[in-house]
Ligand binder design. Structure first.
Ligand code: MN
Length: 336
């Protein structure tokens, strides 16, 4: 669908992408903007901030994401979320389609067709595993979050940052940098954070909603899942892993997306370079989260297994059973 040899498909600078977007806004064009399936704070914050910026410049914007339009409580509060449009209600060939924080066309699910069906398609992303897709590409694996690329675009579009935009951008920035703890945090990252805080946003409330708020049942699930964690120091540079499932989350009164936070607890085991959580899905497949302390390129492992991500945080899906899934991962980690 997206041959990278096609000369019409280009790697772009923020300024040239902003030029394309400014022209579209000027012409009152219809712009569909989408994050990846099961959007996180970076995907959603990027989508909502760029949509609002383009709306202010005059574009007809349709922010969306693939799948049913339901957001976890940790994200549903974001300003602009109430204006999200279901993917089923989109025009089949909008003037412009912007993909945000999606590492591959597959991450756009039913919206991937818009990459070719739209008048032009723009891919804004920061995943190391991004193969290059869409007609215009603003892909920077050195960016800590897609929201930093959106902040550049808003600057180039001449859209002033206010607290509404800054709230969306800060959510993505805090989430993808692990609250500025991860190695992807740069001096520029803090400079952007300072600009965002200067708009008067309630950053403490944003962080509390994103990271520190869960139903009481979360504590029960955590005890079960951490209690069955296994340490395998002989696998690669050391592996710690555990598993759960959407069904188990439901037993604790929790939605399936609550499983996403488990890996952040599991990865604290110092004896293991790689942390892994197998998350059983409703369809019986396993969604696999990988984190590395720095000695393992988990994006490469995930890509070899059909997924993608960042050097130190990646994931993929497995249709094997639980034992087969972890055995395959052991093989890949040991073969490094
Ligand atoms: Mn991201």
């Amino acid at each position: 669908m997206t041959a990278s040899t096609d000369a019409a498909r280009i790697a772009a600078t923020s300024r040239s992408v902003a030029g394309v977007l400014a022209e579209a806004a000027e012409a009152r064009a219809t712009v569909v903007l989408s994050g990846h399936v099961n959007p996180d704070a970076d995907a959603l914050g990027s989508t909502l901030a760029l949509a609002e910026g383009l709306r202010r410049r005059g574009a007809r914007v349709l922010p969306t994401f693939p799948g049913p339009l339901t957001l976890p409580a940790s994200l549903g509060w974001m300003p602009g979320a109430e204006g999200l449009v279901p993917s089923t209600a989109l025009p089949s060939s909008p003037d412009v389609f912007v993909s945000l924080d999606a590492a591959s066309p597959g991450r756009l699910a039913e919206l991937a067709g818009l990459l070719d069906a739209a008048g032009t398609s723009i891919v804004v992303d920061h995943h190391a595993s991004n193969p290059g897709f869409g007609r215009v590409r603003l892909v920077d694996p050195g960016a800590p979050a897609t929201v930093t690329l959106v902040a550049d675009l808003l600057d180039d579009l001449g859209v002033a940052l206010d607290s509404q935009l800054a709230t969306c951008l800060y959510a993505g920035l805090a989430a993808d940098t692990g609250s500025f703890r991860f190695g992807n945090t740069r001096p520029r990252t803090h400079e952007l954070a300072a600009r965002l805080l200067a708009t008067g946003i309630d950053h403490a409330a944003i962080s509390r909603r994103l990271f520190d708020t869960a139903p009481f049942g979360w504590l029960g699930l955590l005890s079960v899942v951490t209690g069955r964690a296994a340490l395998e120091p002989e696998v690669g540079a050391g592996l710690v892993w555990t598993w759960s499932s959407t069904a188990e989350a439901a037993e604790h009164g929790l939605p399936g997306e609550q499983l996403e936070a488990l890996v952040d607890v599991i990865r604290s085991a110092e004896e293991a370079d790689v942390a892994c959580v197998l998350k059983g899905q409703d369809d019986g497949s396993w969604s696999v989260s990988l984190r590395s302390r720095g000695g393992t390129d988990v994006a490469r492992v995930a890509m070899a297994l059909g997924g993608g991500g960042h050097t130190l945080a990646a994931g993929y899906s497995s249709h094997l059973d639980r034992e087969g899934t972890i055995a395959t991962l052991r093989d890949h980690l040991s073969a490094r």
